[in-house]
Design a protein around this ligand. Structure first.
Ligand SMILES: Cc1cc2nc3c(=O)[nH]c(=O)nc-3n(C[C@H](O)[C@H](O)[C@H](O)COP(=O)(O)OP(=O)(O)OC[C@H]3O[C@@H](n4cnc5c(N)ncnc54)[C@H](O)[C@@H]3O)c2cc1C
Length: 389
């Protein structure tokens, strides 16, 4: 039986397409830009490898994991390097370790006009494009096969991605090739629609009558690590726009991939050697390491291979010891609850396009202003009561 997964059953990791010996599976995008496997039954030989390789199940494999991850707070000592990364820059130290061995790095960068895509890097300049969180599902295309080719050539490879991408890769790569494979996943809130992201870029370009030449999904330099505000750079002449239009939709959980609501990896059994996150709740450790709000990574060391790398590069970090209890956050406990309107949103988007859904569900336009004004008016009696209490 060939794979037949859609909707909440498929995370789009591409493992089934990559493993198919007859190239009978194409990843085809839906109107939101989320890709799903489509089987060409003229080519399919019903070998069942696609079904067998799918790891988006509760029984995904983590044979090398410690009984519990070893958690650390970590921040790069080099402040210039720290500011280029989203949280504490742990990814940079781990990927430098691989580059020093002549290895290659896979991570989320950009292709074309800010299309978030996984790419291959062979030096730190190329790797630096992967730094910073891109709150969009990245396009994997032929990446899994490229990773396999590199491993067959005897190279060290670091693959970084969401847990579903990492788990898919682990399932696709044969065990005998894994010795030099290092995987790094992120604690993940969910991945938004690639098509909405593209439309947002075009919307800003139309509005500002300029081209987008740079994006920062979370602008740590201007607003600090805690804040979640996007900054877009446009030209000519060069200007920047800092807004929360995209962020607002992101946090509404209305444009995520449907499978994010059924994520199998929102727990501490991580499908990677090392896991990265923002270290929310770091204050509970009693440390003052992040008083300046420049960012702090939470690192989970999940396997002996991950431990070896962490121990080797740890002199590049300020490290704080912590406990699993002190660093639990919601996406380590359960999947993001998708907005009850997410299907309506997708249908509205397919029928009417981006500007329509932005006005209906976003924080722009008269409808949103009216809602905000109404909720303010409703709060007036409460404020008066508080004043006279
Ligand atoms: C979609 C998304 C949701 C997230 N949700 C949470 C969350 O709920 N809680 C939390 O604590 N942290 C979350 N993070 C992780 C966090 O924002 C940082 O990415 C992480 O801590 C790494 O920081 P760093 O400074 O070590 O890495 P950086 O040096 O900033 O490097 C970024 C790393 O993230 C990877 N990456 C960036 N964008 C993507 C993408 N779209 N898909 C796959 N990989 C990507 C890159 O390949 C690289 O490895 C999320 C990140 C993303 C992309």
């Amino acid at each position: 039986m060939a794979i037949n997964k859609t909707g909440t059953d498929c995370c789009g990791c591409t493992a089934c397409a990559a493993v198919c010996p007859k190239d009978a599976i194409n990843m085809v995008a839906d109107p939101m830009g989320f890709k799903y496997p489509k089987v060409d039954y003229d080519k399919c030989i019903e070998c069942g490898l696609c079904e067998k390789t799918c790891s988006f199940t509760d029984s995904y494999k983590t044979p090398d994991n410690f009984s519990q991850p070893i958690p650390y707070g970590a921040r790069l000592k080099d402040i210039n390097q720290l500011m280029k990364s989203r949280s504490g820059g742990a990814f940079v130290a781990f990927s430098d370790w691989i580059l020093d061995k002549g290895g290659v790095i896979y991570g989320a960068g950009y292709k074309g006009h800010f299309i978030v895509s996984h790419k291959r890097a062979i030096n730190s300049e190329q790797r630096d494009e992967f730094r910073g969180s891109k709150y969009v599902q990245s396009n994997l295309d032929e990446i899994f096969r490229a990773v396999k080719t590199d491993l067959e050539a005897g190279l060290w490879v670091l693959f970084s991605g969401t847990p579903c991408q990492t788990s898919g890769l682990q399932s696709f790569i044969p065990e005998k090739l894994k010795e030099k494979l290092v995987t790094v996943d992120i604690v993940c809130h969910g991945v938004p629609s690639p098509q909405i992201w593209q439309d947002y870029i075009h919307y800003l370009e139309d509005k500002e009558r300029k081209f987008v030449i740079g994006v920062e999904f979370r602008d740590k330099k201007r607003f600090g690590w805690k804040a979640h505000k996007e900054t877009i750079t446009l030209a000519e002449p060069q200007t920047t726009v800092s807004t929360d239009i995209y962020t607002h939709l992101f946090f509404k959980n209305i444009m995520h991939r449907p499978s994010c609501g059924e994520c199998k990896y929102c727990n501490i059994r991580r499908p990677a050697d090392l896991t990265l996150a923002d270290f929310w709740g770091w204050e509970k450790t009693g440390s003052h390491i992040n008083d300046d709000d420049k960012g702090l990574s939470l690192v989970f060391v999940n396997t002996p291979k991950g431990k070896n790398i962490f121990d080797t590069v740890s002199d590049r970090f300020y490290v704080i010891q912590t406990s699993i209890e002190n660093c639990m956050q919601s996406h380590l406990k359960s999947p993001t609850k998708l907005n009850p309107l997410y299907i309506e949103f997708a249908n509205d988007y397919a029928a009417h396009g981006f500007k329509y859904v932005l006005r209906k569900y976003g924080n722009v336009g008269i409808r949103h202003k009216a809602k905000t004004a109404l909720s303010l008016i409703k709060r007036i009696p409460l404020v008066i009561i508080r004043l006279f209490k």
